[in-house]
Design a protein around this ligand. Structure first.
Ligand code: SAH
Ligand code: SF4
Length: 427
């Protein structure tokens, strides 16, 4: 979501005549797009801003702004932490950025948007794509997960009209985009269809079907779905829509029903088993990844072991494991953060090891096979080494040229390193 917002800001600024600096030292304006999900993310951003404000010594016109969720969450208190910061703009007012900067950056704006302009105006897109693009289909969140700051920072749920999303994807397809990732805090809760026509199908599934018809689009992904809204017709869509990629990120947060209830997630572990079984029946090779919070208030060893047993049963091939971080203003911040840091760390490690084992076996399944890869760009490893992604969301490295960026090519998988597959182009 933040990457999408950064791209939108960049496009807005370019349209207003600004250019991209090659590095932060040569820039006149630096904007930090921040996250508030965990305290660590905020500490890092404040630290980085502190470092950057030193540039004012050599360039008195240097402007530094903090935007995104931390700007919304901490608001004006950011100026008390570092008075050299020029402006803070929350995620709902990013479309006003040009105005803020052109006013010398002194104009601090936070809070909800009063503008009538859509905060996701798709005309603000980069002209050059590398074959993939994020498309926001909804903003904000109406759920009240006990630990989560997102509803405070991104506001109430707003779904974009379906025709607007379809037009954006058509525009992208005309600009050589082959893969779109639909974004929202709960994409499968999307209700932007004005008239529900699809025989009672979930509106999100109807949207997928509309996007599936767009010629030029070859791959569709979405992030993140919520287990509670994971309907059978979404599972059928994975069977019936060939462009829908066989990889799902399904954040489950915990394997303990007591913890899930306290988190306000509105489902139990049984629901996860049911979804995963149906998905694997529909698409056997589907990759399933997740988000987990370890060390939630009161999480006992037995409850943690329920998450481990969920991992053993589901066999996620990738997971983001987060150590619980209390966020002021959320419901769980009222509860004692009683799992010690070293215990959170241990639980984190246990789960990462589990995922590592599964991921190794999952990777092995692809060795010797030929797979489609959408070439995204240069890998850090070497001059002509490129990287791209398979439909199952594996990152692959291979030798190729710059001309291949944005194309879907066939790659034979020869082996793998820790987190990437290694291959050779076969045509
Ligand atoms: N809307 C998505 C999640 C967005 S936040 C969903 O509901 O699935 C991304 C991830 O950050 C969450 O899935 C959760 O695992 C993690 N997270 C959110 N708040 C957190 C907190 N207070 N401490 C630790 N991790 C947190
Ligand atoms: Fe946060 Fe829950 Fe909304 Fe996801 S669904 S953004 S975790 S409140």
């Amino acid at each position: 979501m933040n990457e999408r917002d950064s791209e939108m800001m960049l496009a807005q600024l370019q349209r207003a005549g600004h250019t991209i600096a090659t590095n932060e030292k040569s820039a006149d304006v630096v904007i930090l797009n921040t996250c508030s999900v965990r305290e660590q993310a905020e500490i890092k951003a404040i630290g980085k801003a502190g470092y950057l404000t030193r540039m004012k010594r050599t360039n008195p016109n240097f402007i530094i702004g903090i935007v995104g969720c931390m700007a919304e969450n901490l608001g004006e208190s950011i100026f008390q932490r570092n008075s050299a910061i020029d402006f803070v703009v929350g995620p709902q007012r990013l479309h006003e950025l040009v105005e803020v900067i052109e006013n010398g950056g002194k104009n601090l704006r936070i809070g909800e948007s009063k503008s009538t302009k859509s905060d996701q105006d798709f005309s603000y897109r980069l002209k050059k794509f590398n074959g993939t693009a994020f498309v926001s289909i909804m903003e904000g969140c109406n759920m009240r997960c006990s630990y989560c700051i997102v509803p405070k920072t991104r506001g109430k749920e707003r779904c974009r009209p379906v025709d607007e999303i379809v037009s954006e994807v058509e525009f992208l397809a005309k600009n050589c985009v082959k893969e779109v990732t639909l974004l929202g805090q709960i994409v499968n809760k999307y209700i932007g269809m004005e008239t529900v026509t699809g025989g009672g199908k979930a509106t999100f599934v109807q949207l997928l079907e509309r996007i599936h018809e767009i010629s030029g689009v070859e791959r569709i992904r979405y992030m993140s779905p919520h287990p509670r809204y994971f309907s059978d017709d979404l599972i059928s869509a994975h069977r019936n829509l060939p462009k829908l990629c066989p990889a799902i990120h399904l954040p489950v947060q915990s394997g303990s029903n007591r913890v899930l209830k306290s988190m306000g997630r509105t489902y139990g572990r049984e629901k996860i088993f049911e979804i995963v079984e149906k998905l694997r029946t529909a698409v056997p090779e589907i990759g399933i990844s997740t988000d987990i919070i370890v060390g939630y208030p009161g999480e006992t060893e037995e409850e943690f072991l329920e998450t481990v047993s969920l991992f053993d049963a589901v066999r996620f091939n990738m997971a983001f494991i987060f150590k619980y971080s209390p966020r002021a203003g959320t419901r769980s911040a009222e509860l004692a953060d009683d799992v010690p840091e070293d215990e959170k760390e241990r639980r984190n490690k246990v789960l990462l090891e589990r995922v590592g084992e599964v991921s190794l076996l999952y990777n092995q399944r692809f060795v010797g096979k030929i797979t489609d890869v959408l070439v995204e760009g240069h890998a850090k490893r070497g001059k002509n080494i490129m990287f791209g992604w398979t439909p199952n969301h594996h990152k692959v490295l291979f030798s190729a040229t710059e001309n291949d960026i944005g194309k879907i090519i066939h790659v034979k998988i020869d082996g793998f390193a820790t987190t990437v597959l290694l291959g050779t182009i076969v045509d």
